[in-house]
Design a protein around this ligand. Structure first.
Ligand SMILES: Cc1cc2nc3c(=O)[nH]c(=O)nc-3n(C[C@H](O)[C@H](O)[C@H](O)COP(=O)(O)OP(=O)(O)OC[C@H]3O[C@@H](n4cnc5c(N)ncnc54)[C@H](O)[C@@H]3O)c2cc1C
Ligand code: SF4
Length: 477
C-alpha cells in the first residue's frame, strides 16, 4: 500500500470518441487484474478514511482496496457487498468526484485520487463472472409481508434487506420492467442494461415477488394495498418534469427529457417504440437543443450524438463552474462533440406548428441567491436565435401529487410535494407506511436511494417486530 508517491493514477481505458459515438455501449473498459491491484495499492490506508465518510453507504473502502491489492478478490467482494446492494451499479455511475474520490486524502494532497469507483466495479464484475454473487437465502421464513411500491434502487435495496430477514416481499411497479430510472432513465453508455437485469433476476431468485404493470392509485389504492400487507414502503421516485413557460412552449418537437430517454432505452432493449420509429423522438439528422445543465441533460446530449444528430447544443443559464451535473460527464459530452452554450436561457420557441428555432437571452451572474449560488440575470438586448428541430427540456423533476394519485389525501407531504417522514423511523404520518428514495429527498442519486432503502428495511423490521410483541402482550392480557 501507500504506493501513491511512485505510482501514477490511472483509470480504465476510455474508448475513443470516434468509436464510442457510434454505439450505446459503456465507454470505459474494465481494469485488467494487474492494473486493479496496482491502482488499489496507491491507497494510503488513512486512520480516518474520508472516502468512507463521504460515501453515503459508508462503504469500507480502505479494506477492499487493501484486499484487492493483495489479490484477495473474493474477500474484497464480501466486504464491498456487505454495505451495498448494487455495488457494480455504484462503481459505474456514482459521481465519485463529489463523493468518495473527491474526498480521498491523496487527491487533496495533489497526487490524484485512488480510482475507487473503477476498483469497486472491477471487484463486483469479477464476482458476477466467478459466480460468487448468490441469491439471498433467508435463515427462517416469516409470515409477515411487506408491499413495496416502486422497483427502483430504493425499493429493491429495501426488498433485499427484508428478504435476508425472511419477510415476504412483493414489489409493485407501474412499468413493464423493474429497475426504475436504472432501466428507463440512465442510458446504456453509463450503465448497460444487462447489469440491471441480472440484479433484478437475482432478487426474483431470492423469493421477492415482482408485480409489473401495476400502478398504485389506478389498479389499487394505497389503503387497499395496506390491507394486504403488514407494512408498506413508498419508493416511487420523482417524475413530474419541470416546465419552461415561455412563448411557443407548446410547439411540436419539444419534449421532456424522460420521453426522449425512455424511448431510446426501450429501443436498446429491443422494444417497438412508435414515436422513435416514425422519427418523432429520434435525433437522427436533426439540430438538437437540450435545455438544462444536470446529469439528465448530459444523458440527453450524449444520446442525441449516438442517434446521429446533425448538431447537438446544450443551453445552460449559468457557467461551466456552476453546472450541477457531474464534471466527468460534461467532459465526456464535450469530447463527443456537444457544443455547450453557457450563460444562455430560452426566451421563446419559434415556429408555426413545429419548432424551428430557440430564441435565447444571454445571461450574466449577479449576486448570490438564498442557495448561495450566483443568480443568473438577463443581459438586456442580447437576444439571438439558435436553429433547432428537436428541443429537449431537462430542467429537473418534481414529485407527482401522491396523496391525490394514491387516493390517500391524509398522506402528509412537504411544501415541495415530497413525502414527509419521521427521519428517525422513516415512517410517514400513516401507521405502517414508510417512504424512501427520491420521493422523500427529491431528485437525488442512486447511492442515496440504496442507503434510504436499507435504512427503511431496518426501520420496517423494527416496526414489524414491535407489532408482534404488541399482539403477544394483548393476547396475554
Ligand atoms: C436521466 C437520469 C440520469 C441519472 N443518472 C444518474 C447517475 O448517473 N448517477 C446517479 O447516482 N443517479 C442518477 N440519476 C438519479 C437516480 O436515477 C435516482 O436518484 C434514483 O433512481 C432514485 O431511485 P428511487 O428508487 O427513489 O426511484 P426510481 O428509480 O425513480 O424508481 C421508482 C419506481 O417507482 C415506480 N412508480 C412510480 N409511481 C408508481 C405508482 N403509482 N405505482 C407503482 N409504481 C410506481 C416507477 O415506475 C419506478 O420504477 C439519474 C436520473 C435520471 C432521470
Ligand atoms: S458507492 Fe459510490 S460513493 Fe460509495 S464508494 Fe462506491 S462509488 Fe464511492
Amino acid at each position: 500500500m501507500l504506493k501513491f508517491i511512485n505510482l501514477k493514477q490511472e483509470t480504465p481505458v476510455k474508448r475513443s470518441t470516434s468509436q464510442r459515438k457510434h454505439d450505446f455501449n459503456e465507454i470505459y473498459d474494465e481494469f485488467i487484474t494487474d492494473k486493479a491491484k496496482e491502482q488499489s495499492s496507491r491507497c494510503s490506508q488513512c486512520g480516518v478514511p474520508f472516502c468512507q465518510i463521504h460515501c453515503p453507504l459508508s462503504n469500507n473502502i480502505p479494506d477492499w482496496l487493501k484486499l484487492t491489492a493483495e489479490g484477495r478478490l473474493k474477500e474484497a467482494y464480501e466486504i464491498s457487498q456487505s454495505t451495498n446492494n448494487m455495488p457494480e451499479v455504484c462503481g459505474r455511475i456514482c459521481p465519485q468526484d463529489r463523493l468518495c474520490e473527491g474526498n480521498c486524502v491523496i487527491e487533496q494532497s495533489g497526487h490524484g485520487t485512488v480510482t475507487i469507483g473503477s476498483v469497486e466495479k472491477y471487484i463486483n464484475d469479477t464476482a458476477w463472472e466467478q459466480g460468487w454473487v448468490k441469491p439471498v437465502k433467508a435463515k427462517k421464513e416469516l409470515k409477515q409481508s411487506v408491499g413495496i411500491i416502486g422497483a427502483g434502487p430504493a425499493g429493491m435495496a429495501c426488498a433485499e434487506e427484508l428478504r435476508k430477514s425472511g419477510y415476504q416481499v412483493t414489489i409493485y411497479d407501474r412499468y413493464d420492467r423493474p429497475g426504475g430510472l436504472l432501466i428507463y432513465g440512465i442510458p446504456n453508455f453509463k450503465l448497460e442494461k444487462f447489469v440491471v437485469e441480472r440484479r433484478t433476476n437475482l432478487l426474483k431468485e431470492s423469493g421477492i415477488k415482482f408485480v409489473q404493470n401495476f400502478e398504485v392509485g389506478k389498479d389499487k389504492t394505497l389503503y387497499q394495498l395496506k390491507e394486504k400487507h403488514d407494512a408498506i414502503l413508498i419508493a416511487t421516485g420523482v417524475y413530474k418534469a419541470r416546465e419552461i413557460n415561455v412563448p411557443g412552449h407548446d410547439l411540436q418537437n419539444i419534449f421532456p427529457a424522460m420521453d426522449f430517454l425512455t424511448a431510446s432505452n426501450r429501443k436498446g432493449l429491443g422494444d417497438k417504440v412508435k414515436l422513435f420509429d416514425d422519427g418523432t423522438l429520434n435525433a437522427d439528422g436533426k439540430d438538437v437543443v437540450v435545455i438544462g445543465g444536470g446529469d439528465t441533460a448530459m444523458d440527453c446530449v450524449r444520446t442525441s450524438v449516438r442517434q446521429k444528430a446533425k448538431s447537438v447544443k446544450c443551453l445552460y443559464r449559468r457557467d461551466r463552474e456552476n453546472m450541477p451535473g457531474s464534471a466527468r460527464e460534461v467532459g465526456n459530452a464535450i469530447e463527443e462533440g456537444v457544443e455547450f452554450i453557457w450563460l444562455t436561457s430560452p426566451k421563446s420557441f419559434i415556429g408555426s406548428s413545429i419548432v424551428e428555432a430557440v430564441e435565447v437571452n444571454k445571461m450574466k451572474l449577479g449576486e448570490p441567491d438564498s442557495s448561495g449560488r450566483r443568480r443568473p440575470e438577463i443581459e438586456k438586448g442580447s437576444e439571438y436565435k439558435i436553429k433547432a428541430d428537436l428541443v429537449i427540456k431537462s430542467l429537473g423533476f418534481d414529485p407527482e401529487n401522491l396523496p391525490k394519485l394514491f387516493n390517500a389525501k391524509e398522506l402528509a407531504i412537504s411544501e415541495w410535494g415530497t413525502i414527509k417522514i419521521n427521519l428517525k423511523t422513516m415512517q410517514t404520518n400513516l401507521d405502517g407506511v414508510f417512504a424512501a428514495g427520491d420521493i422523500v429527498r427529491g431528485a437525488s442519486l442512486v447511492v442515496w436511494a440504496i442507503r434510504d432503502g436499507r435504512d427503511a428495511a431496518s426501520q420496517i423490521e423494527k416496526y414489524l417486530q414491535s407489532k408482534i410483541r404488541k399482539n403477544k402482550s394483548e393476547r396475554a392480557a
